[in-house]
Design a binder for this molecule. Structure first.
Ligand SMILES: Cc1ncc(COP(=O)(O)O)c(C=O)c1O
Length: 306
């Protein structure tokens, strides 16, 4: 549930609106058919002020997803980058989560959406932890989902609103079974990802992650691959089966919301000793230094609020 948002402002089509006044019309096309795209972005406290992590990459992905479903965003990438920095600033957030969303208007209904207005909004709020606050230390449990990820290749790898229906169903199914997250498989029965996270596993000090054929090429995923390789780990992208995860030495999720969160249990089976592993811990430590600006090698991943 949201807290401390009543005084926050949401950027909507170039203007700031009060949080509670930021509504869409009941006949907005996106509400009916899921025809829109979105991003999930995080900002962190650094010694030089708040900074957005990999802002340009998130905006690039937003534009790619929109073009994949034929939506032309009526702003430039740099205008939306600026708008995100402004949204943080006006809301006096030193860190937080940002949600840019592109949605279609209510000028008409029916499946034809070619002539509808394209709207953009950006909300930002404090969201310290997506899971239990101790999840990053103690790990979480997952279950194999009955929901398949990206049966339609058009959807693969894009944050398209309508496609998140099956992710929500997968997460609810997992929560109903008493787990924290779902592991979605792809149409060939290989591991795809969590409902909102990419997955990594470690066996004999080698780090494995599924290819991006049937999962989102997460920005945290890309960051972790790069920092792990720079730290001399072997990282292999390949098809992974359910048994690979059960027999892993360690496993973790990555994502803007969860950052790096260990997975310590799958169905009724502990992963190794059921505790966060040493490679996971090392990667978390490196990632934490990067996001607060303490690792100069990666400082171009941070866009400072001026
Ligand atoms: C389905 C899915 N997979 C993976 C991720 C992780 O991506 P990122 O690291 O870019 O947040 C997300 C979150 O955006 C997601 O929704």
């Amino acid at each position: 549930m949201f807290t401390n948002t009543e005084n926050k402002l949401i950027w909507t089509n170039g203007k700031f609106q009060k949080w509670n006044d930021s509504n869409v019309h009941i006949l907005s096309h996106t509400l009916h058919y899921g025809t829109g795209v979105f991003e999930g972005v995080r900002a962190y406290k650094t010694k030089s002020g708040p900074a957005i992590f990999r802002l340009e990459d998130h905006t690039e992905r937003l534009f790619n997803a929109a073009s994949k479903i034929g939506i032309r965003i009526p702003y430039t990438k740099s205008e939306l980058n600026e708008a995100q920095l402004e949204t943080l600033k006006i809301n006096k957030l030193s860190e937080g989560y940002l949600r840019p969303i592109v949605y279609l208007g209510n000028e008409g209904l029916g499946l034809r959406a070619k002539h509808l207005s394209v709207n953009v909004a950006i909300a930002a709020w404090e969201w310290p932890s997506y899971m239990d606050p101790n999840a990053k230390m103690n790990g979480i449990s997952v279950v194999k989902s009955s929901h398949r990820q990206y049966d339609n290749p058009l959807h693969s790898g894009n944050k398209i609103i309508g496609t998140y229906f099956s992710n929500t169903m997968a997460l609810h199914e997992a929560l109903d079974k008493g787990a924290d997250e779902a592991i979605m498989m792809d149409k060939n029965g290989f591991i795809s990802e969590g409902s909102g996270e990419n997955i990594f596993l470690i066996k004999n000090d080698i780090i494995f992650t599924p290819t991006t054929k049937h999962c989102l090429n997460g920005i945290t995923r890309q960051s972790v691959i790069q920092l792990a390789r720079n730290s001399n780990y072997d990282v292999e992208e390949k098809n992974l089966g359910y048994e690979d995860l059960r027999n892993a030495d360690e496993a973790f999720f990555t994502g803007t919301a969860v950052e790096i969160t260990p997975i310590t249990k799958i169905d009724d089976h502990k992963i190794k000793n059921g505790k966060r592993g040493k490679v996971t811990k090392k990667l978390q430590e490196k990632f934490n230094k990067i996001i607060c600006g303490d690792d100069k090698t990666y400082e171009d991943w941070l866009s400072l609020v001026k």
